[in-house]
Design a protein around this ligand. Structure first.
Ligand code: COA
Ligand code: UVW
Length: 332
């Protein structure tokens, strides 16, 4: 069974409720219909029921719940909780009301925070920063994590590398220029996530334009220091570097450039030195190798809220909803 079919099977075993705030986009409507039909999750759409019924003509939305923030019975409670969370940042009750009734992303994250939904997926019409800010502000970092980061699962067809072509690429969505310690934390969280979602042993490579000192530059030093920090902080983690991409995933090149290294050539968790590399890297593999790309999925957040690329398809949304539902099961 392929990666996403395995995740969907897990999601169906213990149905979770996932809120989709961008109900004005037809990919979301199509995805909501598919998710209910396949039994992957229970869906909540946010918006005016009449508007949604009009735009969804032709789609079967049986089972989908629609919540209108304007008429939602729990709105006042949401406003007070949101205000309490953000008042130290200068938020007033009026601000809280205005934001929650006008911005479906903030309202959706509050549905997760207040236990009305188990998770949220958005971002097909919204740049990542606008999608992540509400969850960072409202849910915040999970107690067992040092920072929130975002990864993609790449499922590459006809690929013998990684875990039968399945990889985690991290950070490909959130932290723009992580320092060495942050890179080490991202590596740790990504390895744990790989094990939890893919069910295989994570083998983690810290990527660079250098392999084991073949180049000298402050950018290389940053990754070398990250490896040193990861070895010290997380001795149980199978992680090494710095590796170029070919040395990380191609066994012959790994042994040529880093002879005797047990990770070289076998990595399935790829940690990119910065967001430029991670974001460009995942899109290259998605578009040129025709890989399935699910994400950006957040890790280290105190609640499952996940992003989408604006270039996503309805099927990508179904996949990310299934992953979100499995994260919600694991968070229990
Ligand atoms: C996500 C992002 C908006 C956060 O930026 P920021 O400038 O820190 O945003 P804010 O100052 O509004 O921060 C919001 C909150 O998130 C927290 N935060 C930011 N980054 C965090 C992280 N990595 N982990 C945990 N918390 C974080 C901040 O501490 C702040 O908390 P507070 O308001 O309670 O004090 C920014 O990192 C970003 O734009 N990343 C790139 C996203 C992107 O364009 N990706 C490419 C496409 S996928
Ligand atoms: C993840 C990502 O790159 O998102 P977008 O394509 O929406 O910017």
């Amino acid at each position: 069974m392929g990666f996403i079919d395995g995740i969907k099977t897990r999601a169906k075993n213990d149905i979770k409720t996932i809120v989709l705030p961008e109900s004005y986009d037809m990919r979301v409507i199509e995805a909501a219909s598919k998710i209910e039909k396949e039994g992957v999750a229970k869906v909540i759409l946010i918006g005016d029921p009449e508007d949604i019924a009009k735009s969804a003509a032709g789609y079967d939305l049986t089972g989908v719940e629609i919540v209108n923030p304007e008429t939602f019975a729990g709105l006042d409670d949401f406003i007070v909780h949101f205000y309490e969370l953000r008042k130290r940042k200068g938020m007033t009750l009026n601000d809280a009301r205005r934001i929650l009734t006008s911005n479906f992303l903030f309202f959706g994250v509050m549905m997760v925070k207040m236990g009305y939904a188990d998770g949220m997926v958005g971002g097909c019409t919204t740049p990542t920063a606008n999608l992540l800010r509400p969850s960072l502000q409202i849910l915040k970092t999970a107690p067992d994590s040092k920072l929130v980061s975002a990864f993609f699962v790449l499922d590459v067809p006809n690929c013998e590398y990684g875990a039968d072509g399945v990889f985690i690429f991290s950070d490909a969505g959130l932290n723009q220029n992580p320092n060495s310690e942050e890179l080490a934390h991202i590596a740790y969280d990504s390895a744990k996530t790989f094990e939890a979602l893919i069910g295989k042993k994570p083998i983690t490579a810290m990527l660079s334009h250098s392999t084991m000192g073949s180049a000298s530059h402050p950018d290389v030093d940053k990754v070398q220091n990250a490896v040193e920090f990861a070895h010290k902080e997380y001795p149980e983690l199978l992680v090494d570097g710095e590796f170029q991409l070919d040395a990380a995933i191609v066994p012959e090149v790994g042994q040529q450039k880093a002879p005797g290294n047990e990770i070289a050539g076998h990595a399935n968790v790829l940690i990119f030195p910065d967001l430029d590399a991670g974001n460009i890297g995942y899109k290259l593999v998605q578009r040129l190798a025709k890989a399935e790309a699910y994400g950006p999925i957040t890790q280290g957040l105190a609640g499952p809220v996940n992003d989408l690329s604006r270039g996503c398809s309805a099927d990508d949304i179904v996949g990310v909803v299934a992953i979100t539902a499995v994260q919600a099961q694991m968070a229990k």
